[in-house]
Ligand binder design. Structure first.
Ligand SMILES: Nc1ncnc2c1ncn2[C@@H]1O[C@H](COP(=O)(O)OP(=O)(O)O)[C@@H](O)[C@H]1O
Ligand SMILES: [Mg+2]
Length: 248
């Protein structure tokens, strides 16, 4: 599904990713954990195709294609989904309109007609209800004046509507209270199946009490220093990042 080899990326001449290797197969949920500033968001932004990053070395294969050959919208249409640590606010664009546009863009890419208005209304109503998102929130401008928790829920709604092959969630847990954390995690758990994959990026072990990953990776200074199963997350909670990175 996603195969990253020896990735070196810098921003404005500053080296951020430093030989990162990560391979995620269909049906797997991977957690990426690391201290602040270790390069987690840089990795997710770079994969999304955001400008301003320089790749010095490495390769990224997504579903048998070179990810770097795909334009930003092509990546999304090919099933790559990114939920950001700080979701963008888009004044003047109603949330429900944005979601409909995203669905139709993907449908068009796959040769399907636009979604029927009634079908969309039904779909969004049921999915929003499950995530405890009010109809009022869907009428407001995308992410504008949303609380931290509302932004995260909106992203999960977007994810469940698009049903992506590969989802990357960058610190979706930050700023969430326990109830919102549970709703977001349940959204992910409901969506996960043998055909899709997830990369869940988090600073804290807390989220992994709700989303059980198949693999856990520790990132430090722009590369993965240790990988294991869920027990690595527990070990991390006990020992902290510094100790774990030393024994790597
Ligand atoms: N646009 C930028 N310009 C310069 N340095 C940046 C930029 N974005 C991130 N960095 C630096 O890159 C490093 C990794 O940041 P980031 O990927 O956000 O880490 P994390 O998400 O793991 O906390 C940090 O040292 C940060 O200061
Ligand atoms: Mg970050």
């Amino acid at each position: 599904m996603l195969n990253i080899k020896d990735l070196h990326v810098s921003i404005e001449g500053k080296k951020i990713l430093n030989g990162l290797n990560l391979s995620i197969n269909k049906g797997e949920v991977h957690a990426l954990m690391g201290p602040n500033g270790s390069g987690k968001s840089t990795l997710s932004y770079f994969l999304s195709g955001k400008d301003g990053y320089e790749m010095e070395r490495g390769s990224i294969d997504y579903n048998g294609k070179n990810l770097l050959d795909l334009e930003v919208d092509e990546r999304a249409n090919e099933g790559l989904f990114l939920a950001f640590q700080y979701p963008m606010e888009i004044p003047g664009v109603q949330t429900s309109f944005f979601l409909k546009t995203a669905i139709n863009s993907k449908r068009k890419h796959h040769g399907l007609p636009e979604i029927d208005a009634l079908e969309f209304a039904k779909l969004i109503k049921s999915q929003a209800q499950e995530l405890d998102i009010s109809p009022d929130m869907l009428r407001r401008d995308l992410n504008v004046n949303y609380s931290g928790g509302e932004k995260k829920k909106q992203e999960i709604l977007q994810m469940s509507l698009l049903n992506p092959a590969m989802s990357i969630l960058d610190e979706t847990d930050s700023g969430l209270d326990i109830d919102a954390l549970r709703i977001v995690s349940e959204g992910v758990n409901k969506l996960r199946n043998k055909d899709n994959s997830f990369l869940v990026i988090t600073h804290y072990q807390r989220l992994l009490n709700y989303i059980k990953p198949d693999y856990v990776h520790i990132i430090a200074d722009g590369k993965i220093v240790k990988s294991g199963d869920f027990s690595l997350a527990l070990e991390l909670e006990e020992k902290g990042y510094e100790e774990i990175s030393k024994t790597a």
